[in-house]
Ligand binder design. Sequence first.
Ligand code: SF4
Ligand code: SF4
Length: 311
Amino acid sequence: MDSASRQAENAAPSTAVIFNIMRFSTQDGPGIRTTVFFKGCPLSCWWCHNPESQRLQPELLYLEERCRHCGDCVAACPQHAIEQVNGTVRTSALCRRCGQCTEVCQAEARQIAGRRMTVGDVIAEIERDLVFFEESGGGVTLSGGEPLAQPRFVSALLGACRDRGIGTVLETCGYAPSGVFLDVALAAGLVLYDLKLMDPVKHKEYTGVSNRRILANLEELVARGRAVTVRIPVMPGINDTLDEIGQFARHLAALPVSRVELLPYHHIGAGKYKRLGLTYRLGDAPQPTAADLARFSDALTRAGLNVRVRL
Ligand code: SF4
Ligand code: SF4
């Protein structure tokens, strides 16, 4: 380990909250990848398909369809936070997310999303896949949530990967102070940069924050010659209007981005909202058709961009 990595690791918080480590991914960068999903995100996009990633702290999920109404969780909860009324199991705000109810639930209807891990814990998981990285040109992708919500830990993890010769990809929404953003992003081999909307008013409405900092950070990053793939989730009626597509095309064509990937919106995360006691604000919004995607892709291609639709 070089001295810079050792310093980063020493200065980093000892743990981060991670809600999943997915092996054998082929969607998050080149080759076969291990993707580490960090909890916590400064945005709250209406279409987010990982709502369990948004809050920084671990949280409890209840999968009603699995529940056998046995009452074991009610008896196990030290906070008396669970009650069963007329066959319905409810968890109150007294819950401290200790996880004891998940241990007694035979039906696996109760789960904790997010656990604290050290850099060493994460590296131990990653190293199980070294042989696949070597054979495929893959590596590790840091995703979320938003990795930049836990930036010092992420820097230490990137350094630990670099010391082991493991290639890294950072997937980010880019919403962080410029200095923090560049420190982390410049340490990654490739950045997958998520852009949602160009119109600042709509961006604030659908994500909860302005896109000014996001666009500025993207410009800073590409100005430093860093390889960047921009990813756009395609949401019919929200960011695929003629005006929005035109703004994406003009803005991105003026930057040296390596590639643009279009990610079709899908409903698969909708059920998770209920498990968390949250409302899914997009309801039954339509998914983009092949024609919708072709229209978006063609417009960006005509602007000179290298475009790929991820299905
Ligand atoms: S322990 Fe699990 S299956 Fe039993 S009532 Fe609680 S959530 Fe339902
Ligand atoms: S996570 Fe802990 S506090 Fe929350 S409901 Fe389960 S046992 Fe009770």
